[in-house]
Design a protein around this ligand. Structure first.
Ligand SMILES: C[S@@+](CC[C@H](N)C(=O)[O-])C[C@H]1O[C@@H](n2cnc3c(N)ncnc32)[C@H](O)[C@@H]1O
Length: 343
């Protein structure tokens, strides 16, 4: 059995926990702020296919009584001698090749005030690992075979080794980025919230660089999107090509969509909210018109999920609010609001 913990976006813990729990041989044991703890009794490879999570770590240790004083730096060094790194490297070697003496990096984050900084903790841990295992340290994570990650939260710390070579929230397909581009993990979580299934028709009326459309197409949805900016259309088409997915993309005004009444089953979108992308008019009136239009085109059993920092501007005549989740993104706290005709 392998103990793992998974990092996700603040607010998406329950959605990621559901995605993890659906994997064979994985049991979720607890969920806390941005983290899901789980046990895996089978192959680790399926964990690399999780779409809503930032990263998956194999747990190699946990420390209690982590104080704010500088003498902790020697303590981190001593504790690190006992991290179960050789076992973790062997387990990770089952999903990707790890050299006998891997190059490793260390990442440290903490909550709570300290008399030491993250770089000093890194040095202390790296010294121990180099001495105990003969592994070579690199400050550049991109060159490392293994990343050791330490989360210090008040008086406790948890240490893991990342399962993937690179951060899991980074997708290989994303080549052309635009301001306001959504994290693919958040796009994927929004699609799960409205239960997008293979074959569903999925609309993103303000698609930007196409993150939502691509994640939906990878789930087997029939995707249709648009944007009023020709550069966005170009970026989406290039990104879709890079991701090897198909879909229809058009330049349009989301307030007047060229779509029939009740013709779309799922709408997932990230509306402009004025900080990274702007609309050339008053935001309230833009939102009102887009909401009316979405209400017109969504089918009877349809669902809409909208991410915005101004959820109070979302107003529908008939659609009911079904769920509302505040998340942390780009240093802001936008909300994913889900609407539908029924519960
Ligand atoms: C927050 S961004 C969407 C980002 C996108 N989810 C991504 O991952 O790249 C909002 C998008 O709405 C588009 N937009 C603004 N006004 C619009 C309108 N009237 N009709 C359609 N799209 C519009 C902007 O050009 C921008 O690309």
């Amino acid at each position: 059995m392998t103990s793992i913990f998974v990092l996700t976006t603040r607010g998406l813990e329950a959605i990621s926990a559901d995605e993890i729990a659906a994997l064979p041989d994985v049991t979720v044991t607890s969920t806390s702020y941005r983290r899901i703890n789980a046990e895996c009794t089978g192959a680790l490879a399926p964990l690399l296919d999780l779409r809503t999570v930032d990263d998956v770590y194999l747990k190699v240790g946990s420390w209690e009584d982590v104080l704010h004083t500088r003498d902790m730096l020697a303590q981190f060094n001593a504790w690190s001698d006992h991290l179960e790194l050789a076992q973790a490297a062997a387990n990770i070697n089952t999903v990707r090749p790890i050299p006998e003496k891997p190059l490793f990096s260390v990442s440290v984050s903490f909550l709570g005030k300290r008399n030491y900084n993250a770089d000093e903790v890194k040095v202390s841990i790296a010294d121990s690992v180099t001495f105990t295992h003969g592994w070579e340290y690199t400050a550049d994570d991109r060159n490392a075979n293994l990343n050791i990650r330490v989360f210090i939260e008040h008086e406790q710390a948890i240490v893991g080794v990342r399962l993937g070579q690179h951060a899991q929230h980074e997708r290989l397909y994303k080549m052309v980025e635009r301001p306001g581009a959504l994290e693919p993990t958040v796009a994927s979580a929004m699609l799960r919230l409205v239960d997008v299934q293979a074959g569903h028709r999925l609309l993103d009326p303000c698609c930007g660089s196409g993150t939502i459309l691509i994640e939906a197409a990878l789930m087997g949805a029939v995707v249709h999107g648009g944007d009023n900016d020709s550069e966005a259309i170009k970026a989406t088409r290039e990104n879709m090509k890079d991701a090897a997915v198909q879909g229809t993309v058009e330049q349009w005004d989301a307030r007047v969509l060229p779509l029939r009444d009740g013709s779309v089953r799922r709408v997932v979108t990230n509306l402009p909210w004025g900080r990274q992308t702007s609309v050339n008019e008053e935001l309230g009136s833009f939102y009102q018109q887009v909401c009316w239009e979405l209400e017109r085109i969504v089918s009877n059993k349809g669902r809409i999920a909208i991410l915005t920092s101004v959820p109070h501007l979302l107003q529908f005549n008939y659609l009911q609010p079904l769920q509302s989740i505040e998340i942390s993104l780009f240093g802001q706290n936008p909300t994913i609001s889900v609407y539908g005709h029924d519960r």
